[in-house]
Design a protein around this ligand. Sequence first.
Ligand SMILES: *Cc1c(COP(=O)(O)O)cnc(C)c1O
Length: 372
Amino acid sequence: MHDTKQQPIELTRPSLPDMTEYIEEIKDLWESRFLTNMGVKHRQFATALSEKLGARVALFTNGHLALEAVLAAFDLRGEVITTPFTFASTTHAIVRSGLEPVFCDVDPATGLLDPARIEALITNRTSAILPVHVYGQACDTDAIDSIARRYGLKVIYDAAHAFGVSVGDRPIGSFGDASVFSFHATKVFQTAEGGAVTGRDPILFDRLDLLKNFGITGPESVVCCGGNAKMNEFQAALGLCNLRHINDEIRLRELLVSRYHTWLFAVPGIRLLPIQPDVRSNYAYFPVFFHAGHEARDAVYLELRRQGINCRKYFYPLTSSFACYAGRFDLIQTPAAQALAGQVLCLPLYPDLPNADIDRICAVVREVRLTR
Ligand SMILES: *Cc1c(COP(=O)(O)O)cnc(C)c1O
């Protein structure tokens, strides 16, 4: 049993700048004692990001509160068409905002919202579409944005997985009415906790500024019932440092993903994500789909865990089947999402994951697959 003594392998591991680079970046804060409330670091980071993301940027303390702020800023009512094949945050943000999620099925090859199924779900109560760029792929933004225009709906992309992704020469944050990014420690680009909204409409950004800071416009003036979702100066400083290295990080991820591909593309019973021809991915996750279904998937999952290799079933269960929503949503409406949830396993991926670890992980996957 020599294998169980090997070092554990994490699913993700946040990249950090050299400690000296971060210390240099935060030194001024000891001078100014200005630690939050849209200080110098916040302003510098917002400017640098808006160049990177190709759109106006509002910074937040995390991605989830950014998503809730966008829903509030657009003053949405009624129903929001969305996907159940996502992280809890997407669906919770809709429900917590007093809106009703209407679950649309996904493309069985990619797990992305299937635009061909959106129109049948539109009613006179629909106010928005909220798709998710899962795994760092890009949704069919042309199709989705054009349906939304035809019916007068807002489109808010959950781009939590999609930092640095582009479609043709357009950065991913330039589509729809707004896109929401997460800079959580587990994401491709991180500020420990953090998030951002991109978009074009200046009125949206005025509202977001109010919503994230109690609706305060001056020392004696409060104009709306906002909450607190401000990014602080330490988060922004980490963002400034990490932004200098993000292109290298994504390049490293790409190399690791191609190594995974080489080992796994021809293994019977396994399917990998298709290549999206016009899309530059950020290689946020490496999902593997076991088309025999959950028994094969779970066997591999348990064996990897037994050997200290941390992998996760993103996304299982579907958000529509969470205990907190029991009896509320009809799971039969999204068979493709349901099938993917039973097949998927995300394997470890982060920029300094050693090649030898990938080889070891793939050997386990191949062995379990080939012997069962
Ligand atoms: C991480 C994530 C979020 C929430 O972001 P936080 O910054 O953790 O609040 C939202 N949607 C998806 C799809 C995510 O993966």
